[in-house]
Design a protein around this ligand. Structure first.
Ligand code: TRP
Length: 349
């Protein structure tokens, strides 16, 4: 029953650009963004901002569901994440970046929706289930009410803005499905009010870490950050995992198990990738030279981003102004939704 997910996800190319349709997505501000985020979501947001009315939520309230004991971390990362957004070309004149905690309507909707979802259903949500298992240290034997319920709050995020499409990674699909269920339940009880959103999958799957790990992350120490300087990139790439069987330069290598080749495919042009592959297999390319070439190409992509980031790092007030003006625009829309919801629920006094 719950797994009818296949039908409700589409890829970005499947939708016709339409400025009258809203897109909503967001991130928990718990750390700086890395190139996994860049290829997985940020790049496509830069395209979407020209095609749809796009809203990007800095989900600080959601970040607190598993960082309630660390408000400083969440607060510090709010401006960091906005700087990451701006530095990759997300343009506040084209899209709206807003801060979840400053939109009380989202919290209000969360309370209303919480009547429409059972505890058992939340406990069965695959995303929540996996995350609870990973957070044993934080939650111990019993998870908090807030964390278990964050899919309800995420449904409020999406519906508050009447979003048609929600671009997310694979791991978020059960949350969008949960949102759709809440919407259907709401509409069936209170009358047709909310829109059922559709998940939009990014074309690139998850980017592996420099050590070959399936996941890239701060705790794993295998990530390249958008804010990394050339020296940091160099150190990280120099220690990337290569074919362990290749000891001497003229040993034939297997590029398919080499992270340097994997990253060339992300950052280098087709000809370079072909050369890397062939020369490595033929034992005609040393790993050090191959890494140096990769560093140069990564830097070609990251240098302009880093430069833009420096601009904003020196202007923290400008960054906060962008976030606050986006938030006040977003709030107007959330208020409209709230009015409709209160009418439907007979709470319009
Ligand atoms: N749960 C998302 C994540 O961890 C972040 C998020 C919060 C979100 N609200 C959202 C994503 C609404 C899409 C839509 O990455």
């Amino acid at each position: 029953m719950e797994n009818k997910i296949e039908d409700e996800k589409i890829s970005i190319e499947d939708i016709k650009p339409d400025k009258s349709l809203r897109i909503l997505t967001g991130d928990r501000p718990t750390g700086k963004l890395h190139i996994g985020h860049y290829f997985g979501s940020l790049k496509s947001r830069v395209e979407l901002q020209d095609k749809f009315e796009t809203f990007i939520e800095v989900a600080d309230v959601q970040a607190l569901t598993d960082n309630f004991n660390n408000p400083d971390k969440v607060k510090q990362n709010v401006s960091q994440i906005v700087m990451d957004y701006l530095s990759v070309g997300m343009d506040p004149n084209k899209l709206t970046i807003f801060l979840q905690s400053q939109i009380p309507e989202i919290a209000e909707l969360t309370i209303f929706y919480s009547n429409l979802v059972t505890i058992a259903r939340l406990q069965r949500n695959p995303t929540v289930k996996t995350e609870i298992a990973q957070k044993k240290e934080l939650f111990g034997e019993s998870v908090t009410y807030g964390f278990l319920g964050y899919p309800v709050s995420q449904a409020a995020d999406i519906t508050a803005f009447d979003a048609s499409y929600v671009p997310v990674g694979e791991d978020q699909l059960p949350l969008i499905e949960q949102c759709r269920e809440i919407v259907r339940k709401f509409n069936s009880i209170y009358g047709e009010t909310l829109r059922e959103p559709v998940a939009v999958m990014s074309n690139t799957g998850r980017i592996k870490g420099l050590d070959g790990n399936e996941k890239m992350g701060k705790s794993l120490g295998n990530a390249l950050y958008l804010s990394d300087d050339l020296q940091t990139i160099t150190e990280k790439v120099m220690s990337a995992l290569t074919d362990p069987a290749r000891i001497k330069k003229d040993d034939p290598g297997n590029p398919n198990i080499c992270m340097v080749y994997y990253y060339h495919k992300l950052f280098s042009d087709e000809d370079t990738c072909k050369n890397v592959c062939e020369e490595c297999k033929a034992g005609k390319r040393g790993c050090v030279a191959c890494k140096k070439q990769l560093i140069e190409n990564i830097n070609k992509t990251l240098a302009p981003i880093r430069e833009k980031r420096h601009y904003f790092e020196e202007r923290p007030q400008e960054v906060m102004d962008i976030l606050m003006s986006g938030t006040s625009h977003a709030r107007e829309i959330a208020k409209e939704t709230m009015q409709k919801v209160k009418e439907a629920m007979k709470l319009n006094y």
